[in-house]
Design a protein around this ligand. Structure first.
Ligand code: MLT
Length: 240
C-alpha cells in the first residue's frame, strides 16, 4: 500500500506499480479529493481522515495486513495509520518524510502557500517546488509529470492538504512504539528531509534501517525508480 505526498496522486508510484508487482500486489490509491477518488466534502480533511481512508482501503482488499509505504505527506499519513490502526500494518516504508510537526514559521508558510493557490498561482508555485524539491540531475520527463500532478490536483484539495499538514501532530513520541520492520528511505539530494532526520528516524524505531537513494531529491520513487525499487525489494524479500 503506497501513499503519495503533496501535491501528487497515485501516479507518483508509476515506477513501483510497474516495477514491484512481481513481489507484491501493489496498491496506490488517490487520497480523497484527487484523481479517481471522491471529492473532499464540507467536513474537510485531516491527516487522520486520510489515514482512516487508507485503513478502509486495506480492509476492502480482503487482507489482514499490508506493507505500507508513504512519501512525505504520505509518510505523515502512514504515521497516523500506525497510531490509529497498527493492527493493519505488517511493515513500514518511510520515504522522504519527517516525523516532527511544522514549526511556527512552517505553519505560516503553509497559509501563505494556500493563499497563493487560492489566487490561482499554481504555475509559479510549481516552478518554486520543482526548483526546491528535485535533484539537479532529474530529467524533464519527471519534471513534467510532477507539474501535471500539481496542476490537476483541485485547488480545494491542495489547500486542504496544506492545512492538514500544518495541523499534523508530532510523530516522534510514537516512534518507540513502532514494532514492525521499517525501511527509511531518502533521496541523496532531498533538502526537505536532511540526512540526520532520516537517520534519527531509523535510530528511534527498533527494527529500522536507512537507505539513501542516489540521483534523487524529495520525490525519490519517481526520480530514481530503479534504486528505490531495489531498496524495497531488498527490504521485503531479502532472500528471494
Ligand atoms: C510532500 O511532498 O508531501 C510535501 O512536500 C510535504 C511537506 O510539505 O511537508
Amino acid at each position: 500500500m503506497l501513499v503519495h505526498g503533496f501535491p501528487f496522486d497515485r501516479r507518483l508510484w508509476a515506477g513501483q506499480l510497474r516495477g514491484r508487482s512481481g513481489i507484491r500486489r501493489v496498491v496506490a490509491p488517490d487520497l480523497r479529493g484527487r484523481g479517481l477518488s471522491a471529492a473532499i466534502g464540507a467536513e474537510g480533511a485531516t491527516i487522520d481522515t486520510y489515514a482512516d481512508d487508507v485503513a478502509a482501503t486495506i480492509a476492502s482488499l480482503g487482507v489482514e495486513q499490508a506493507d505500507v509505504g508513504g512519501l512525505s505527506m504520505g509518510g505523515y499519513v502512514t504515521f497516523a495509520l500506525w497510531r490509529r490502526h497498527p493492527e493493519l500494518v505488517r511493515s513500514l516504508i518511510l520515504a522522504d518524510t519527517r516525523a516532527g510537526p511544522d514549526s511556527p514559521d512552517g505553519k505560516r508558510s503553509r497559509e501563505a502557500t494556500a493563499d497563493r493557490l487560492r489566487a490561482g498561482k499554481v504555475d509559479s508555485l510549481a516552478d518554486d517546488m520543482l526548483a526546491r524539491l528535485l535533484s539537479p540531475g532529474t530529467g524533464g520527463d519527471v519534471r513534467r509529470k510532477i507539474r501535471t500532478m500539481f496542476r490537476e490536483t483541485p485547488t480545494g484539495t491542495s489547500v486542504a492538504d496544506l492545512l492538514a499538514m500544518r495541523d499534523r501532530p508530532d510523530s516522534w513520541p510514537d516512534m518507540g512504539t513502532i514494532g514492525v520492520r521499517t525501511l527509511v528511505l531518502r533521496g541523496a539530494d532531498d533538502t526537505l528531509t536532511p540526512p540526520e532526520e532520516a537517520e534519527s528516524q531509523a535510530r528511534a524505531i527498533l527494527q529500522a534501517r536507512c537507505v539513501t537513494i542516489p540521483g534523487a531529491g524529495h520525490v525519490s520513487p519517481l526520480e530514481n525508480p530503479a534504486a528505490f525499487n531495489a531498496a524495497v525489494q531488498e527490504f521485503l524479500e531479502p532472500n528471494p
